[in-house]
Design a binder for this molecule. Structure first.
Ligand SMILES: *Cc1c(COP(=O)(O)O)cnc(C)c1O
Length: 308
């Protein structure tokens, strides 16, 4: 896959604070599975192939970037795919699920209650009875292989930044990034849901699991890592008019589209932390654009619908 382009951010707010900010556009890596989800899938698909699987099965909500990316990447790499979708089947498919099915993904729905038990042995057995042999990828692609892929997100950049910022759901992306940090570099994660503080323990345990599986690499085992937990805008997949307005103004000024679940909260957090003086003079900040734009159409449609 090609390299993700780096795009400097200009503007009075940034130059006035005498910092430098750049955006790593992983969203541009591929039209259908760009963003962090490809990094999380890469070694999962490799493991599936090595173990002789023909089908991958994974889990996600109806707007899930991971579902869309898995459907496309599986098709591209010659796998059948099955998506276990949280919630009841709707009469019309939203854009995410429509796309996933168009890529050949078989969609299977779990009630919210049942979905909560998706990773339990009993459910796994039921799914095997239904679908036969498959390679299972957890929700969000967040396993050790997913973390492994994310250790490569910054590999082309090396020492070119001081602070990296990334939006967090499961935290696997940040776990992989943290493992790859050089001495003196730090990472700030922005959880996109309420009460994100617990995620730090979660990230540390994902790093530990990775190090157990892949010991001996030149990994940063004590990375400088913090979370900015006040930018959830009401919770996961919640938005406020202020967030929509921010994303629109940002795209207009910089020509960079943001998704409404992850990256708009990340970039909002960056500007707020900048105003709050969280960065020192000459600090070089790298913002990771993790993609997710496929979800916007469905979110805007839902937004319109809720006004009726
Ligand atoms: C899934 C996703 C994230 C969160 O990644 P985690 O590894 O689950 O923390 C961030 N940004 C976008 C656009 C995503 O789709």
């Amino acid at each position: 896959m090609k390299k993700a382009p780096l795009q400097p951010l200009s503007g009075e707010e940034i130059t006035g604070r005498r910092v430098a900010a750049q955006v790593l556009r992983t969203d541009l890596l591929h039209p259908h599975y760009g963003g962090n989800k490809w990094y999380k899938l890469k070694y999962n698909l490799e493991a599936a192939r090595e173990a002789g699987y023909e089908t991958v099965l994974t889990f996600g909500g109806a707007f899930s970037n991971h579902i869309a990316a898995t459907a496309a990447a599986a098709a591209q790499h010659g796998f059948h795919s099955i998506g276990i979708i949280r919630g009841e089947e709707q009469e019309t498919l939203n854009p995410t699920l429509h796309f996933a099915r168009g890529q050949g993904m078989h969609l299977h729905y779990f009630s919210r209650e049942k979905y909560r038990h998706k990773h339990e042995t009993q459910t796994e057995r039921e799914l095997q009875a239904l679908f036969g042999r498959f390679y299972s990828i957890p929700e969000g692609g967040s396993n050790v292989e997913g973390v492994r892929g994310c250790t490569e997100i910054l590999s082309d950049i090396g020492a070119g930044f001081d602070t990296v910022m990334v939006a967090c759901g499961t935290g696997s992306t940040l776990a992989g990034i943290a493992l790859s940090l050089r001495p003196g570099q730090r990472a700030i994660g922005v959880p996109v849901f309420r009460n994100g503080h617990f995620l730090e323990t979660e990230i540390r345990s994902q790093m530990a699991a990775f190090l157990e599986r892949y010991p001996g690499g030149a990994w940063n085992q004590e990375p400088s890592l913090s979370l900015a937990c006040d930018y959830h805008f009401g919770g996961y997949a919640r938005q406020t008019p202020e967030l929509f307005a921010f994303a629109a103004a940002f795209e207009k000024e910089h020509g960079i589209p943001l998704d409404f679940v992850y990256t708009s909260k990340l970039f909002y957090a960056f500007y707020d932390l900048l105003r709050l003086g969280a960065f020192r003079q000459d600090e070089r900040i790298l913002l990771v654009h993790t993609g997710g734009l496929q979800g916007n159409a469905g979110i805007l449609a839902r937004q319109e619908g809720s006004k009726d």
